[in-house]
Design a protein around this ligand. Structure first.
Ligand code: ADP
Ligand code: MG
Length: 605
């Protein structure tokens, strides 16, 4: 196991504080103001890294949450208790009360907006964020309590616990302290069970749900955290500017924040600070420089800025942080190695060998006029390997998706451990002990092999967002990673734990999927073409593993193309062609069955 260059998080924090201290000594007051603007932007952009880069949801509306935080601070700081709405008068003049109000308002707004927009897919989500960005801008500008478009001025200097933050230098420490805290909390979150759930969204919602991840709540977590960071930035902004008006919280600002994230590197935590820094400094510099070059004044920097953005995005689609990551030694970024785990995760009660665990009864699945499955029935018992074979397009994967509740039968019934599968989600089925792999591999490509496998163990952990942010999840997390490492060892990938999953050959990616499925401690394992792309020796190793699992009482349903692989392994074989069962029996019976021979020869296989 390689050592990390940054030995521990606390060493990283100490280094950051040392750098900040050094800078505060050499920066001019003007540069300090700039540094403060960078810090404020970094906080919001950090939320975008989580929301857009990690969770894959593009938001143009983050500036609205900055506004919620800023107006909460300004109203509580300036409006006399008597003029505040009832219930808020208690908070009047109390800065932390403004923060409290801002956070509560943000969470309420984010929960409502999230409930409405997070279920939108594709381009509708970004469009939805533009819509709320616009509405909030007008809401801020037209509300009497907020001073209309004129805004709220004369915000007094911030006083916290007897300390006054009136000048750039004291605010510098406050703002950058908040940035460090937010970076630590975000890094902790990403390196945890809840963070993996958010990161698993990148592997596709269907995959994540099949691993037991509640994808809506994973999205909501990212959304709330991003909104809270923005609101805290807004609160600090109000006390930095001492003046709040609607203009900086519109969609234009939302777009700016997104650009900062893209330029800095939208899927990396340092990208937030780099992006904010580059954009803020570049804008100042261009505002000074361009009138000199062009001989007249105007908003030329916007144009140059736009062009610069296009160039940077073309040269480094992963942003500056992505480019740096390619030149800085890899160990520097290595995610945490599996710690020695104390104790193990709880195991599931396994059905007795021979007990029927999964039953499909006359399943029919129509896609429009196409009948992909027609009255197919099968049953699978614990300690058995059942192979489902048939030519391409026969309907194997379709049946498979229905068995794992990813898809619903048009008619027919499926029972898992005696329960009706109709009405259960893929997530519930995963928690109940059914694990699957995908014919078209669904891994989070940029994430390590170890963490990909650990997604499978999601249902075996309990710790949530807050516990992970505060690092109260370490014992459980070590067990989850140890379980993932153990299952990866079983499929022969022990020496690839820290490799990015997407850089493995396809055959090995399938093995990662099997390890991920096993990490859920399933009693039923559904494998869709697991041997495709494997070399001969790898196939033999996989066959050995499946036999061993079977001996341990696992029920295995195997969809396969490779006849030799199946025939040597399966206890029973079901053959389907054009969606219908054409034969069922032992491998010996199937091998000589005329209908099967006809289907395979006739089907061009
Ligand atoms: P197999 O896995 O046996 O190769 P599939 O189950 O993937 O076959 O496909 C069976 C048939 O159903 C094919 O003709 C395929 O085009 C069709 N099919 C599968 N999924 C869908 C879908 N979501 N919509 C429409 N047709 C589909
Ligand atoms: Mg298929």
């Amino acid at each position: 196991m390689m050592r990390r260059l940054v030995a521990s998080p606390s060493a990283g924090i100490a280094a950051a504080i040392a750098v900040l201290g050094l800078l505060s000594g050499v920066l001019t007051p003007y540069q300090l103001t700039l540094a403060n603007n960078i810090g404020l932007a970094s906080l919001t952009v950090l939320g975008l890294v989580l929301l857009t880069g990690v969770a894959g949801m593009t938001s143009f509306g983050q500036a609205a949450f900055v506004g919620v935080g800023a107006y909460s601070a300004a109203v509580i700081a300036t409006v006399p208790a008597a003029d505040l709405p009832p219930g808020l008068s208690l908070l009047a003049g109390w800065p932390l009360g403004g923060l409290l109000l801002g956070l509560i308002a943000t969470m309420i707004v984010a929960a409502i907006l999230g409930a409405v927009t997070l279920r939108l897919s594709g381009h509708y989500l970004p469009l939805g964020t533009i819509a709320w960005g616009l509405s909030f801008y007008y809401l801020f500008g037209t509300t009497e309590l907020f001073g209309g478009f004129g805004g709220i001025s004369d915000i007094p200097a911030l006083r916290l616990a007897g300390v006054t933050f009136a000048d750039g230098r004291s605010l510098y420490w406050l703002i950058w302290g908040a940035v460090i805290l937010a970076v630590v909390v975000t890094a902790n979150l990403l390196d945890s069970r809840s963070g993996r759930a958010i990161r698993s969204l990148r592997g596709g919602q269907r995959m994540a749900e099949s691993m037991g991840v509640d994808t809506f709540s994973a999205k909501m977590t990212a959304f709330l955290v991003a909104a809270i960071f923005a609101a805290i930035a807004g609160w600090l902004y109000a006390y930095t500017q001492r003046f709040v008006a609607a203009a900086p919280f519109g969609t234009q600002a939302g777009i700016d924040f997104l650009f900062m994230a893209l330029i800095g590197g939208v899927n990396r935590v340092p990208g937030a600070i780099i992006g904010a820094g580059v954009v803020v400094v570049l804008r100042e510099w261009l505002q000074d420089l361009l009138p000199h070059i062009l001989g007249r004044t105007g908003n030329f920097e916007t144009i140059v800025f736009g062009l610069a953005i296009v160039v940077i995005l073309q040269k480094t689609p992963t942003g500056i942080a992505g480019a740096l990551a390619r030149v800085i030694p890899k160990q520097f970024f290595q995610s945490s190695a599996p710690r020695r785990a104390t104790g193990e995760l709880p195991r599931r009660y396994m059905p007795l060998p021979g007990e029927v665990v999964l039953e499909a009864d006359s399943i029919t699945r129509r896609f429009g006029g196409l009948v992909a499955n027609n009255e197919v029935s099968l049953s699978l018992a614990a300690g058995e390997i059942l192979a489902l074979i048939g030519p391409n397009g026969a309907g194997k994967s379709t049946l498979f998706n229905q068995l794992s509740a990813v898809d619903r039968p048009t008619s027919g019934e499926i029972r898992f451990l005696g329960r009706q599968v109709r009405g259960l989600t893929a997530r519930a089925l995963a928690a109940a002990g059914l694990a699957r792999t995908f014919q078209h591999v669904r891994l989070v490509r940029g994430m390590s092999v170890l963490e990909n496998a650990a997604i499978g163990a999601h249902t075996r952990g309990r710790k949530g967002m807050l516990a992970s942010m505060l690092r109260l999840d370490r014992v459980e997390e070590a067990r989850l990673l140890a379980e993932a490492a153990h299952q990866l060892a079983r499929v022969g990938l022990s020496d690839q734990l820290q490799t990015a999953a997407g850089s493995l050959p396809l055959g090995q990616q399938r093995l990662v999927e099997i390890a991920r499925a096993l990490a859920s401690d399933p009693c039923v394992l559904l494998l869709d073409e697991p041997a495709a792309g494997l070399r001969f020796t790898e196939k033999q190793a996989l066959a050995r593993l499946l036999r061993q699992l079977k001996a341990e009482g696992m029920a295995i349903l195997l969809v396969e193309h490779d006849m030799e692989f199946v025939m040597g392994l399966a206890d029973r074989v079901v053959v389907i062609d054009f969606g219908e069962t054409i034969a069922a029996g032992t491998p010996e019976e199937i091998r000589v069955n005329p209908a099967v021979i006809e289907a395979y020869l006739g089907g061009g296989e």
